[in-house]
Design a protein around this ligand. Structure first.
Ligand code: ADP
Length: 359
């Protein structure tokens, strides 16, 4: 164990000075590990793309990446599994359509890696009721489904920590809504390492820009989401007319009456969406119009709708053609599961040994 323990510390230490590749004793090189997941609870939307998948596509070029369809997490809020298979296939297809290269990254289904559940069990012994009950996402979801406040919902951050550290990942590309979960994952890691010896590095939430992203919903409240706010969320499967209709319905007002006044949240949200898909020129012309009170929100929304259509249509078309090729999707999931299982079984040997579960 002590040799292993040392090498992990060396990896951690050198990673701080070299974010892309770490070097062990100047001899062998190994890429840092990235892990993230998306629940198959509906169509992927712009928030999933800009919060998560856009980063996946960049990260796969330089890191060892594990990207997962989180079907077990989906059961915490969607116990009816009639749609699950279609949803799993669609998320896989949408990830590939967004640019995931399955020869570079492992794209797999969470339930195909059985060791996830084993690690989840062990981590549950290190997670406390008080901290789980305080988690924002738990409180939100408990409010939304008062008749099904199940233990899986409570321990969602524990399962998520298991997913990540099962590959001993360091970077976790996620949106801003996941920041608290990552903090909890680091706490579980610290507790595990303190109690049983250094097995896991501490994972951090990752975004290519400076800050984690939150893509706002079009109605000015909350974030875009797979299963809530459907008319205020732009899905990667929306057709052109639906995109236009949703954008034109976004909340606005009569416009500013004083030069350079601060933007209300719902107007800032429209600018924020524009910054994701429109050209710099377009954005600055609407910024100036806002600042000198000549802005026409109808024109702004029309421009945004067209830029959204240009962005979403090619992804939608690619995803639709992949989604119906079941043999191809099965092949991709098998290939992804093989890579993920290899990494998981290496980690779990270390875990069982560290915990004294080898008799
Ligand atoms: P959803 O909330 O739509 O069900 P998931 O919980 O499956 O999405 O999250 C998948 C990934 O997408 C996570 O990394 C999450 O942070 C990111 N994400 C979801 N919604 C948004 C959003 N509106 N803005 C930015 N990132 C988001």
């Amino acid at each position: 164990m002590s040799g292993r323990r040392n090498s992990i510390w060396i990896v951690d230490f050198i990673l701080l000075s070299s974010p892309h590749i770490y070097y062990i004793c100047g001899m062998s090189t190994e890429k840092a590990i990235v892990m993230s997941g998306i629940r198959p609870t509906g169509y992927l939307h712009l928030g999933n793309y800009f919060g998560a998948v856009r980063n996946y596509v960049k990260l796969q070029e330089e890191y060892t990446c594990y990207f997962m369809v989180a079907d077990l997490h989906a059961l915490t809020t969607h116990p009816d599994t009639k749609e699950l298979k279609t949803n799993v296939h669609r998320v896989i297809a949408e990830n590939i359509a967004c640019g995931i290269d399955t020869d570079k990254a492992a794209l797999y289904c969470q339930s195909h890696v059985r060791e996830t559940s084993e690690l989840y069990l062990y981590l549950n012994m290190l997670a406390y009721l008080g901290e789980l009950e305080k988690t924002t996402t738990f409180k939100d979801k408990a409010r939304m489904q008062p008749d099904n406040i199940n233990a899986g919902l409570l321990t969602y951050p524990v399962l998520q920590a298991a997913d990540i550290i099962l590959h001993r990942a360091i970077y976790v590309p996620v949106g801003k809504d996941q920041e608290q979960h990552l903090e909890m994952a680091r706490n579980f890691v610290k507790r595990f390492n303190h109690r049983y010896g250094e097995v896991f590095p501490e994972p951090i939430a990752y975004n290519f820009g400076d800050d984690l992203v939150k893509v706002p919903s079009l109605d000015g409240t909350g974030k875009m989401s797979k299963s809530e706010n459907q008319l205020a969320t732009l899905y990667l499967a929306d057709d052109d007319e639906l995109i236009r209709k949703k954008v034109m319905k976004a909340k606005t007002d009569g416009g500013p009456t004083e030069n350079n006044s601060p933007k209300p949240d719902y107007i800032e949200n429209i600018f924020q969406l524009m910054r994701l898909v429109s050209s710099d020129e377009t954005i600055s012309s609407f910024e100036s119009a806002y600042n000198n009170c000549t802005i026409r929100y109808g024109d702004m929304k029309k421009q945004l709708a067209e830029d959204m259509v240009k962005f979403i249509a090619p992804i939608r078309e690619r995803a639709a053609s992949i989604q119906h090729d079941e043999a191809y999707l099965q092949k991709i999931m098998k290939q992804g599961a093989e890579k993920a299982n290899e990494s998981a079984s290496k980690t779990m040997s270390l875990v069982r040994e560290a915990m004294g579960l080898v008799y």
